[in-house]
Design a protein. Structure first.
Length: 403
């Protein structure tokens, strides 16, 4: 098979996903177009330079509906002969877009792709598209559906993580993100978002709270306790699925869960000939990709089996990976990953994660893969793995190695 390489990675800052957020007046279409233009301009792409734009976004209704990927191509400076494919694998949509592009290249279906995603959570509310697993009683009952926050609390209960464990992890995420910004570690991939007049409106991750400490987090009430204990009784549903648990220990809240934000990110993927044709130097090779389905009730443990699968298929061991990016959907997700593989925290999310900077659903997978690449280069390390948990019980992973 042909090798697939990463030639560039770009992301926007993440704006607060609410009406007073800096990006609130920017549509998903326009933010996507800015990212596509950045990839085009930075790499000097002209004409039908890439086979396709594969674009992840989760809530595909309203202005994020239709085929947003194709709309973004038409709104950008890319040639109109380039099509677009909109995909949805929930929180891993941005990473799955990259994986699809890489595997198309590896299989010979085109020399180059732009892949990534967007989510404007302040404009298009999460869940506003409906979901059969949540709203169709026949499937919800059959799958023992509970909301994601309850799932995160089930992980904490099942694997023994306390409120202090989760809060300490969140504080560290804030510290690492602040240090990364102070040290300019995101500069290579960061795109300043501009308004229709070309004036800058955001050049930094707006959601961060670097002054967060254990005392501040300790004052917050668990976000999912009332939801679990009130009708329809999601805790009871969970305990029907996991009768060995006496109760669900509710430890998650806004401070140790991922932030609701707006943002977008993309990578330029191609084979060796693509780079030579455009005068580009590959930054990393995509060594392997993987996806897997998991228990839909506990839902968020997917990074563990996805990582087991990708390592087995690659003939690698966990010790062969220098750095990890594990999406911080909730503290317990990453705590479980580190516990399962006995990985030290100094190799995981070294520049903070979604608890500090936010989780723009359709974009996060692409963003963390770009962050991983930048950090491998900055630190002089060779191999990295990015992985995300996914709603409804799935996991996705990608291994890259510098070249």
């Amino acid at each position: 098979m042909t090798d697939a390489y990463i030639y560039d990675a770009v992301r926007t800052p993440r704006g607060k996903g609410r009406k007073d957020g800096a990006l609130h007046e920017v549509t998903s279409l326009r933010l996507s177009a800015q990212v596509l233009n950045a990839i085009k301009d930075r790499s000097g792409l002209e004409g039908h330079a890439v086979e396709d734009v594969i674009w992840g976004n989760v809530t595909q209704v309203g202005e994020q509906g239709g085929c947003l990927a194709r709309s973004a191509v038409l709104a950008s400076d890319l040639d109109e002969s380039i099509p677009g494919l909109a995909i949805n694998r929930f929180c891993a949509s941005g990473l799955e877009a990259v994986n699809l592009a890489a595997n198309q290249v590896r299989g010979g279906a085109g020399a180059g792709y732009i892949a990534g995603g967007v989510e404007m959570m302040g404009r298009v509310a999460m869940g506003s598209d409906g979901a059969a697993i949540a709203v169709d009683p026949s499937l919800a009952m059959e799958s023992y559906f509970v909301p994601q926050g309850i799932s995160a609390d089930i992980i904490a209960t099942e694997y023994g993580f306390s409120r202090d464990d989760a809060d300490a992890f969140a504080v560290e995420s804030q510290k690492r993100a602040a240090a990364a910004w102070e040290d300019n570690r995101f500069a290579q991939s960061m795109l300043t978002v501009r308004d229709v007049n070309g004036l800058p409106i955001l050049d930094h991750d707006e959601y961060m709270r670097p002054g967060t400490d254990m005392q501040a987090l300790g004052a917050l009430k668990p976000s999912f306790k009332e939801m679990g204990e009130a009708m329809p009784g999601f805790d009871k549903i969970a305990l029907m699925k996991y009768p060995h648990l006496e109760r669900v220990n509710h430890i998650h809240h806004a401070g140790n869960s991922s932030g609701i934000v707006d943002g977008a990110g993309a990578l330029l993927i191609g084979n060796k000939a693509f780079g030579e044709a455009h005068g580009l130097t590959p930054r990393a090779r995509i060594r392997a990709t993987a996806k897997i389905g998991t228990d839909p009730t506990i839902m968020l443990t997917g990074p563990v089996p996805a990582t087991q699968k990708i390592l087995a298929e690659s003939g690698m061991e966990i010790g062969d990976i220098d750095l990890f990016e594990v999406n911080e959907a909730f503290s317990s997700v990453v705590l479980r990953f580190m516990q399962a593989f006995e990985v030290d925290h100094d190799r995981v999310n070294v520049n903070g994660g979604a608890i500090a900077m936010g989780h723009p659903l359709g974009a996060t997978g692409a963003i963390i893969l770009g962050t991983l690449l930048d950090e491998l280069e900055r630190s002089g390390k060779g191999t990295g793995l990015a992985t995300l948990c996914i709603a409804s019980g799935m996991g996705a992973a990608t291994i890259i190695e510098r070249v």
